[in-house]
Design a protein around this ligand. Structure first.
Ligand code: SAH
Length: 204
């Protein structure tokens, strides 16, 4: 499949134009391993080494849509992986937005830093964000691309009022949870079943 066909397929599945535009603009082939170049636009996850994957395009597109990204948003991503998702978010939130993305595997963080160095609104950090990333909090949007067993309380405190957190939650299979902050109330809804790599934690 090529990029054009992938985009048509995502459109048929209900993905909106603003997300498709970002997928059109950012080449996924820049974020996959060389040996997988001919599969860059297949709608499935691919290994990026170190036991990790670049997520399936449909899953990424669906999550970005659920995140209700707006121009100028301040976003936290947990699990930079290949950096593809961060590049897409960067494109959608525009130059007034900012994305802080944290990766626990040193080598992947290093590679992503290099790949994303020309994106002015992305900062890549190497570390454990299993309790969020309090340094730059609060965030308008928080997206976890690795699955925790449950949503830690610390994440909620790192959301702005009206902010949205999206996380695949569960140990073996995951439910995608969308949590919206309304003052001190947190409204949680389920947005389907997915399979993600587990969130690794050094602290618990
Ligand atoms: N968003 C990625 C998909 C990454 S897969 C992409 O577009 O390619 C999930 C990533 O989360 C993996 O790279 C994994 O190493 C990372 N991860 C797991 N636990 C983490 C933690 N506690 N803090 C930061 N990153 C973590």
């Amino acid at each position: 499949m090529d990029k054009k066909r992938l985009i048509e397929k995502l459109r048929e599945k209900g993905i909106k134009e603003e997300i498709l535009k970002a997928i059109e603009k950012i080449d996924r082939e820049d974020f996959v391993l060389e040996r997988n170049l001919d599969e860059a636009y297949e709608d499935h996850p691919l290994s990026i080494g170190y036991g990790q994957t670049i997520s399936q395009p449909y899953t990424v597109a669906f999550m970005l849509q659920e995140l209700e990204l707006k121009k100028g948003d301040k976003v936290l991503e947990i699990g930079t992986g290949s950096g593809w998702n961060a590049a897409l978010i960067s494109n959608i939130i525009g130059e007034k937005g900012k994305i802080y993305t944290v990766e626990i595997v040193d080598e992947l963080a290093g590679k992503a830093k290099e790949k994303l160095k020309n994106y002015k609104n992305i900062i890549v950090f190497n570390g454990d964000a299993s309790r969020g990333f309090v340094e730059y909090a609060p965030y308008d949007k928080i997206i976890l691309t690795a699955a925790p067993p449950k949503i830690a309380e610390e994440f909620k405190e790192q959301l702005t009022d009206g902010g949205i957190l999206l996380a695949p939650v569960g140990q073996y299979t995951q439910k995608l949870i969308k949590l919206t902050r309304n003052g001190n109330k947190f409204i949680e809804i389920e947005r389907g079943d997915f399979i993600f790599v587990p969130l690794v934690s050094k602290t618990c």
